[in-house]
Design a protein around this ligand. Structure first.
Ligand code: SAH
Length: 351
């Protein structure tokens, strides 16, 4: 009956226009779709009984559809209660993780866009799973809605830096970002939403061409081509110089600042020479640099000690762009950057 509606089994993920279409399909007035949109994304209610201004007949018909595509199956909170990691099961039993972080007045969520990842960065836990599947826009935004429910504070920022490569699930990721941003719904400012890519060039170009309003982060992680190639095989498809070129083109076209992320790996890319190379590489670009001390997973890579990080940081004293260090939160619960991996890839009801 609802075959012509995409992702038709779940309501979360549908846009206002799709819900209006659904209302009409169910023989109700178009404005009922807008009321439903409000219940889902503004009131964020979980059941049809609470949707008090919708006719009983409409609610009864809606009951053939579920609201949430995700089911929360596990949560871990750090002792400081600053960071939480949440494991969700998709309808088919595959698992994804999301992270909630509180810091000062900011509450940030880190969302996954894929189960597993095809990019194969050598230092990243998610890469070890291989690529399993793309998430729908509903499965992406549902992470946000579940986390908002569990958070005492209103979520102020969203980063697409969880499991997966957002630009290899471009359409669904952008649909989810637009749903977050929709002023009739969640209404999150575009500057509070950041999409991070390992460097999918044709999609960076498309993102610039489409003048997407969200922020863009690019994971550099190497200060020269050979070094990056060793840890990020995607450098075979696009050299570091090419990636710098498209990043620069993005900033010129959109007049926006780009964020470069740089995971610091002990004795691999953490020398003073690396810092100097990095400055020459990006100094002519309107950017910000985010240094991410490595969060160790099983594997050969180590985190530089704090002193090395501070020495590295000092090289940037006179750099023409701001630099921050992301002292990752939640490492004790494996919720730091790149530590998101689901050890069991399927949810088992007995768990
Ligand atoms: N695929 C996207 C987004 C997910 S990774 C991307 O590559 O940008 C988000 C960030 O975490 C990236 O900058 C990535 O390089 C970094 N990262 C991955 N594994 C990490 C680890 N173990 N420790 C610290 N940062 C890591």
């Amino acid at each position: 009956m609802y075959d012509n509606l995409k992702n038709s089994t779940f309501l979360i993920g549908k846009t206002l226009e799709e819900l209006e279409e659904l209302a009409i399909l169910l023989n109700h007035k178009k404005f009922r779709g807008k009321q439903l949109f409000n219940w889902l994304y503004v009131q964020q209610v979980d059941n049809y009984e609470n949707m008090s201004n919708l006719p009983v007949d409409f609610r009864n018909k809606l009951k053939n559809l579920s609201i949430h595509p995700l089911k929360l199956v596990q949560q871990k909170i750090t002792d400081s209660k600053q960071t939480g990691k949440f494991l969700f099961s998709l309808n088919n039993g595959n698992l994804v993780e999301s992270v909630l972080m509180h810091e000062g007045s900011r509450t940030t969520v880190c969302l996954s866009t894929q189960v597993g990842c095809a990019v194969d960065c050598d230092f990243c836990a998610t890469a070890k799973m291989g690529f399993i599947q793309n998430l729908t826009s509903g499965e992406i935004i549902d992470q946000f809605l579940h986390l908002q429910k569990m958070s005492d504070n209103k979520i102020t920022n969203v980063v697409f830096m969880g499991m997966g490569e957002p630009f290899l699930n471009y359409k669904n990721t952008l649909e989810a970002a637009h749903l977050l941003h929709d002023s009739r719904g969640i209404n999150m400012g575009a500057w509070r939403i950041t999409i991070s890519t390992a460097g999918i060039v044709r999609k960076i170009n498309q993102y610039a061409k489409d003048k997407e309003p969200f922020k863009l982060a690019v994971s550099l992680n190497g200060s020269n081509n050979n070094q990056r190639l060793k840890i990020m095989p995607i450098t075979n498809a696009c050299t570091l110089d090419e990636l710098i070129e498209v990043s620069k083109a993005y900033t010129l076209k959109t007049r926006k600042r780009i964020t470069f992320e740089y995971v610091m790996l002990k004795n691999i890319n953490d020398s003073m020479q690396d810092a100097k190379n990095l400055i020459s590489l990006i100094k002519s670009i309107k950017c910000k640099l985010n240094l991410i001390p490595y969060n160790e997973i099983d594997g050969p890579y180590r985190r530089p000690d704090d002193q090395t990080i501070m020495i590295f940081l000092k090289v940037f004293k006179n750099a023409p762009f701001p630099v921050t260090v992301r002292w990752s939160k939640g490492q004790d619960i494996d919720a730091g950057c790149g530590q998101l991996i689901t050890k069991e890839s399927k949810y088992n009801e007995k768990n």
